[in-house]
Design a protein. Structure first.
Length: 373
């Protein structure tokens, strides 16, 4: 019998000036207020920038519970934004930015600035991180090795940062482009097992600003402090329902790899002969960051460029047994239908910006941030 894995969701949010849509450094007050409330105290966190707050969710097994929690937190954060006279948004990057961000005054963050210098000027980004529970490091590495070929597809589905410093970048995910400057970035390598993963990460510490495992910037990794495999390629999502959609899709993928009762490990990865090398995977990540769902994407099983919509729909069929076992199939079908009909967050931002500039984006952020579903 298939085992339903747990999952958690981290969402990073940014406060913006209501006129310029540049970051506003008011997150400290919002953090103080939310962390003083019992329902939010354990899941509200300060982030790297003084304009950001992170929601690190509770552990879930059911997507309806996750959606209710995410929407509840977003509503509380929207109240804080109103109190401060700012806009709060869930986007991969703000549409405009200051020359250099204000860093949250914590020793670890200040050390990162010392190490990375000018890289930080453009590191004004917000991500969606999904954790799926695994039994141990070995299962986590098995899932991580397969997730590598799925990263371009997840990126194509979640681009939400097309506008940067007041201009349309031409990319769906400028956040993923910006992150390519870091010491560890893009697609992780293949690991033999959990011990190999731990050994190789230990060798990275102290090299190129890698002070600890938490700063490993691969698009997927094992958590440094939880028994989870973590998907990190997604931009922060306009609406909570799309964050939940990504979470249940990733959970299904992990289940296909580690749950032997499903017998699907071979079905969700390329054959040994077709397996793409790191150069193709990282090029495909750039391809997805640019085109999203509007063109082609690397098919994670065929390991070749295919039309994006066709690839999404075919991959849902591949994951279907795991989605059915978790009770998530209908949610995913409806969510993917909505995504393909409405477009990615990037497509919606681009349309709003083209129609009415910053005012159009401000209206879009206001109507989507705390939407119920």
């Amino acid at each position: 019998m298939a085992v339903v894995s747990t999952f958690g969701i981290e969402e990073e949010f940014v406060f913006l000036d209501p006129e310029t849509l540049r970051p506003r450094d008011v997150a400290g007050g919002a953090f103080d207020h939310l962390s003083a409330r019992p329902e939010w105290a354990r899941i509200t966190h300060r982030e790297f920038l003084a304009s950001q707050v992170e929601h690190a969710s509770a552990v879930f097994t059911r997507p309806d519970e996750a959606l209710a929690s995410l929407v509840g937190f977003r509503r509380a954060l929207a109240e804080e934004a109103k109190r401060a006279g700012v806009v709060v948004a869930s986007v991969g990057s703000p549409p405009d930015a200051n020359a250099f961000p204000t860093i949250t005054d914590l020793p670890r963050y200040l050390r990162i600035v010392d190490d990375m210098g000018g890289v930080i000027a453009d590191h004004q980004i917000q991500g969606l991180h999904v954790h799926v529970g695994v039994a141990d490091h070995d299962d986590g590495v098995r899932a991580l090795n397969v997730t590598r070929t799925w990263l371009p597809l997840f990126s194509a589905m979640t681009g939400n940062s097309p506008i940067w410093r007041g201009h349309d970048t031409g990319f769906e995910s400028w956040r993923n482009v910006s992150q390519r400057r870091w010491t560890t970035t893009g697609c992780p390598p293949v690991f033999r097992d959990g011990a190999d993963y731990d050994r190789r990460l230990r060798r990275l510490i102290g090299v190129g600003g890698m002070k600890d495992q938490a700063i490993i910037m691969w698009n997927a990794r094992l958590s440094s402090h939880l028994p989870t495999v973590e998907l990190r390629v997604a931009d922060a999502q306009l609406e909570a329902w799309s964050s939940v959609l990504v979470a249940v899709l990733f959970r299904a993928l992990v289940a296909c790899v580690v749950d032997e009762s499903l017998g699907l490990a071979a079905a969700v990865q390329p054959s040994a002969e077709a397996a793409p090398g790191p150069e193709l995977l990282n090029a495909s990540l750039m391809h997805s960051a640019h085109s999203g769902l509007s063109g082609t994407v690397l098919d994670p099983v065929l390991a070749e460029l295919r039309p994006a919509e066709e690839t999404v729909e075919r991959c849902i069929r591949v994951l279907q047994p795991a989605l059915e076992a978790a009770g998530d199939l209908e949610l995913v079908r409806l969510g993917v239908e909505r995504l393909l009909a409405d477009g990615t967050g990037a497509a919606r931002q681009r349309a709003a910006f083209t129609a009415d500039g910053m005012a159009g984006l401000r209206e879009l952020y206001g109507s989507t941030f705390a939407a119920a579903g």
